[in-house]
Design a protein around this ligand. Structure first.
Ligand code: NAD
Length: 484
């Protein structure tokens, strides 16, 4: 196993920095339970150092041309791709996700974001508004110092999805990864600086919620982007409101995936698998409420059971493995609790539901059928490999039931009826939707939630609006006409 102990816990002002007086954070490899690195949470002095560096570096960066900024981001994207295997192995050790996944979905997705926003940086502009002789022009300006706070499921991707648009727009960033998966963001910082990013513009500091809270409340911070749960989102949003800071909230979900009886069953089963078991179910946009029209229910369930039972569960470092452990023992136990509740409340266990013995945090992929809307497993975000299959009769009914949730992150529809696909998606209360596929999130498409699932959008040109602001400048061409 490679040595994953980083040079130091934090990356500030272009260099690794340690302060061993901070509380220890053990990094645990979820497949074995072994401690593979120990880091230290940021002390107040480290938080201050990171914010001071970000504050000092930002104006110089914003004054550079977009082309210059973009070139550095695109260089970093190339370096990430060149080092994809090593970065993916690190991501697998950090998260437990199978290498088969991390090789194609983590560092590569981060590189996509750096490439995309690097490419966009040179074309960020304001506009000219003619008003007779006078005119107004707008300047698209950076917000200043941005704080990024990450969840543990996609550590590299989250660091890049926040860092890339922030930097493209001329901001600086202090990023705090999840305390559960703190390693990869340090590599992103290292690579950005190797690619030529001036010191102080992308800083990484470690810590738990208290470090995140210290960042959010600091007056030097202009924007906070959080990926996390709804309860954390509420706290961070409220804290940011005290300083009227900009926010992006990428929060949880309990998304519907609707399978009509004219759907291609094989594709619908594939979509349900992608939308429930990728990353062992630890994906915010998962379609965990799978509504299946009664006409194809038994065919769907039979095929689903067959395919789910073919999952290769095992050593995440073995590229044949396609289903790994949960990120932590704590998360595994939370999920087991939901599985017990599902059974106690009368759902029919189709497959899975087992904890796998050993030191790793493994569960078998779990499917419940005959789930009803009121059951706990149909209402709460589980963030684990537990699919709830619900029956439905007709379109209006399923739309109403799909929307009867406080969340609104994602939604999917499987049907061969083109007009129905668009009609139904148009009525679902969700930010990121799919027709006849599930969970694809290319950087070119906006990503984000409605309702409790969040505010703001990541990726695409839409993210630019969340990392920049417009200054409007009125220019008079004639005399000033004052009343006295
Ligand atoms: P979490 O809410 O427990 O933690 C998220 C981050 O917030 C961590 O870095 C944590 O240290 C930090 N934090 C906690 N309390 C804080 C506070 N008071 N102030 C500032 N920061 C604080 O979430 P998690 O368990 O790491 O991740 C799982 C959750 O994230 C799920 O709900 C999932 O749906 C959601 N998620 C959403 C998206 C999305 O894009 N919408 C993506 C991935 C995960």
């Amino acid at each position: 196993m490679q040595n994953v102990q980083p040079t130091a816990s934090h990356f500030i002002n272009g260099a690794y920095v340690e302060d061993a007086t901070g509380a220890a954070i053990d990094v645990v490899y979820p497949a074995t339970g072994a401690v593979i690195a120990t880091l230290h949470a940021a002390t107040p002095a480290i938080v201050d150092q990171a914010l001071a560096a970000a504050k000092a570096a930002q104006p110089v960066w914003a004054a550079m041309t977009g082309t210059e900024r973009g070139r550095i981001l695109r260089r970093a994207a190339d370096m990430i791709r060149d080092r994809n295997r090593a970065l993916s192995e690190l991501e697998t050790l950090d998260t437990g996700k199978p290498l088969q996944e991390t090789l194609v979905a983590d560092a590569t997705s981060g590189a996509d974001a750096l490439e995309y926003f690097g490419g966009l940086a040179a074309s960020l502009t304001g506009e000219h508004i003619q008003l007779g002789q006078d005119f107004v022009y707008t300047r698209r300006e950076a917000l200043g110092v941005c704080v990024g706070i990450g969840a543990w499921n996609y550590p590299t991707q989250i660091a890049c999805w926040k860092g890339a648009p922030a930097l493209a727009c001329g901001n600086s960033m202090v990023f705090k990864p999840s305390e559960t998966t703190p390693l990869s963001a340090l590599k992103v910082a290292e690579i950005l600086h190797e690619a030529g990013l001036p010191a102080g513009l992308f800083n990484v500091i470690q810590g738990r919620g208290d470090v995140g809270a210290a960042l959010v409340t600091d007056p030097r911070v202009d924007k906070v982007s959080l990926t996390g749960s709804v309860p954390t989102g509420r706290k961070v949003y409220a804290a940011a409101a005290q300083g009227i800071k900009h926010v992006t909230m990428e929060l949880g979900g309990k998304s519907p995936l609707i399978v009509f009886d004219d759907a291609d069953v094989e594709d619908a089963v594939g979509g349900a698998i992608l939308g429930n078991f990728y990353s062992s179910g630890q994906v915010c946009s998962n379609g965990t409420r799978v509504f299946v029209q009664k006409g194809i229910k038994e065919r769907f369930l039979a095929r689903l059971k067959q395919r789910v039972e073919a999952a290769v569960i095992g050593d995440p470092m073995d590229e044949a493995t396609n289903f790994g452990p949960m990120v932590s023992a704590a998360q595994r136990d939370i999920v087991l609790g939901y599985i017990e509740k599902g059974q106690a409340e009368g759902a029919r266990l189709i497959t899975g539901g087992q904890r796998i013995d050993g030191d790793g945090f493994y569960l078998t992929p779990t499917v419940f059928a005959d789930v009803t809307d009121g059951m706990t497993i149909a209402r709460e975000e589980i963030f684990g490999p537990v699919m709830a299959v619900l029956d439905f009769d007709d379109e209006d009914e399923v739309i109403a039931r799909a929307n009867a949730t406080e969340f609104g992150l994602s939604a999917g529809v499987f049907t061969r009826d083109l007009t129905r696909g668009h009609r139904v998606i148009g009525q679902l209360e969700a930010g990121s939707c799919w027709i006849n596929t599930y969970n694809l999130a290319p950087v070119e498409a906006p990503f984000g939630g409605a309702k409790l699932s969040g505010v703001g959008r990541e990726n695409s040109k839409a993210a630019i609006e969340h990392y920049s602001q417009l200054k409007s400048v009125y220019v008079a061409m004639g005399p000033v006409d004052a009343p006295y």
